[in-house]
Design a protein around this ligand. Structure first.
Ligand code: MLT
Ligand code: ZN
Length: 486
């Protein structure tokens, strides 16, 4: 029998087993328990409707939907705490949920349980403009925060592709196009309010604190950033803000080869030009973005850049960057200060995921996100393109090359067992290639469901055991988003 047929049968059997499991999980949450949830948050804020559970059982990744047993919408931290304590007493899993825009199956309720949708807690609680900080509830998204900040002269730079919630971004250690200049969530979170599995509330830097730096004790903020909902529910985040630069210029630059584009990136960074954004798109991605977002750029390996600073400083930065790109064979370095043009360019970049999915309607996407030391970037990108060709897969490249981080967005037919297998194998191979270059298997999407084996290989048995021990102390019954990360 052909291996693809065997695989298809195996997947059907597994599908049957999963639906059996999900029925069993459904039985675990009794009607009485659902009533106690309603007593805490009110009837309209609890749902066991199949469509609602389904909608909360997956993110944007290709991981198969695993619906929770019920969804709750708490309105404040006291309710989150009471709901968690109830789940704890009944040993029922807790899955935090924000916008559901993650890329690694982080919200899939693989052991059933209660999904805590935190989007109705969506207030900006405190803006301290003079201290460059703001405190937000978990439902505030990064775009909503920047709209709120519009007249303050400040902004929050971390910008993943989707309009994700800020506490969800803290939970996944998100980043985006500005990280090369302003850092990731790790560098931009000052304090977190967290509800633990047993309902207790802790503040990672102490209640109400919003200092710029501290040497006090263990770094609990760093522990919860990137914990992917496995240690607690993040119910407020105090974030670091930045001043809006005097001037901003965006530039686009096509290259004769991938090598030339990546070499330019490395040289621009080495020359001390402080780029705010430097994003690489390969020719396939450029074509997809042109079609999806109505751009007319050359179909070639391309850099999108942005520079922030004073008018005088920008002139020098632009000149230096243009010289470097010309030395690497690029003949067009077009730039613009116009807000609308800049907005259109970055909107197209942020829609790269959807532009890729549109290449094969009806198919699903899987975005790899390895990150390597910048000196190894040209090598890994060129090898990735070769591997894509040899594997017969569609996978445009886009990425935050200034950080050594890039995505290969694989678009494939999940019903085609053979293609599915090739995608999975490709992802693992790429992850291992990054590890062999002293990099990481995930620069920004997290471990979730799909990269647990790679995490083991990346950090080794002692670090892995330490992570397990930390998890056991904070979540002794293994109720917080079980089955993820570890
Ligand atoms: C991005 O950079 O656009 C996001 O990380 C999503 C993706 O991986 O495509
Ligand atoms: Zn990204």
């Amino acid at each position: 029998m052909k291996s693809s047929l065997v695989m298809a049968r195996l997947l059907r059997v597994l599908g049957g087993w999963r639906s059996y499991c999900s029925k069993r999980q459904q039985e675990r949450v009794s009607d009485d328990f659902v009533e106690t949830l309603k007593a805490v948050v009110g009837e309209p804020n609890v749902s066991i409707a199949a469509a609602v559970r389904e909608q909360h059982g997956h993110d944007e990744s290709m991981h198969r939907c695993s619906p929770p047993d019920a969804v709750v919408w708490p309105q404040n931290v006291e309710q989150v705490s009471q709901l968690a304590a109830l789940c704890y007493d009944h040993s029922i899993p807790i899955i935090p949920f924000g916008t559901g825009t993650g890329m690694e199956g982080g919200v899939n309720a693989i052991q059933g349980g209660i999904c805590f949708n935190l989007t109705r807690m969506d207030r900006v609680l405190e803006l301290n403009a003079d201290d460059f900080s703001v405190t937000v509830e978990p439902g505030v998204t990064h775009k909503a925060l920047n709209s709120y900040l519009r007249d303050s002269g400040l902004w929050f730079p971390v910008d993943p592709g989707a309009d994700a919630s800020l506490c969800g971004m803290a939970a996944t250690g998100a980043s985006g196009t500005n990280a090369v200049r302003y850092g990731t969530m790790l560098e931009n979170v000052i304090n977190l309010e967290v509800v633990l599995a047993n309902g207790k509330i802790l503040y990672t830097s102490g209640q109400g604190r919003r200092f710029r730096k501290s040497s006090a004790g263990y770094n609990l903020t760093g522990l919860f950033v990137g914990s992917e909902g496995t240690l607690g529910l993040i119910t407020t985040a105090t974030l670091r803000l930045h001043g809006i630069p005097e001037a901003t210029v965006a530039a686009v630059c096509p290259f004769p080869s991938i090598q030339a584009a990546v070499d330019s990136t490395v040289q621009i960074l080495q020359s001390g030009v402080q780029v705010a954004r430097i994003e690489f798109l390969d020719d396939v991605m450029m074509d997809a973005c042109n079609k999806y977002s109505g751009l007319t750029n050359a179909v070639a390996p391309t850099l999108f850049l942005e520079f922030h600073g004073s008018n005088q400083g920008l002139r020098e930065q632009l000149q230096r960057a243009e010289e470097i790109t010309q030395q690497n064979g690029s003949s067009h370095f077009t730039w613009s200060k116009e807000l609308e043009e800049r907005k259109q360019l970055w909107a197209a970049r942020h829609n790269a995921w959807y532009a890729t999915l549109a290449l094969r309607p009806g198919c699903k996407g899987y975005s790899t996100d390895v990150c390597v030391p910048i000196s190894r970037l040209p090598e890994i990108i060129v090898e990735t393109k070769e591997d894509l060709k040899a594997s017969g897969l569609t996978g445009p490249l886009v990425g935050h090359v200034g950080d050594g981080n890039f995505h290969c967005i694989l678009v494939f037919n999940t019903e085609d067992a053979d293609e599915h297998r090739r995608v999975m194998e490709f992802g693992k191979r790429l992850g291992r290639k990054a590890l062999a270059m002293n990099g990481t298997c995930t620069g920004e999407h997290g471990i979730g469901l799909g990269k647990r084996q790679l995490l083991k290989e990346e950090i080794g048995p002692e670090a892995m055991e330490t992570m397990r021990q930390i998890k056991a102390v904070l979540d002794p019954k293994n109720l917080m988003n079980p089955g993820k990360v570890l």
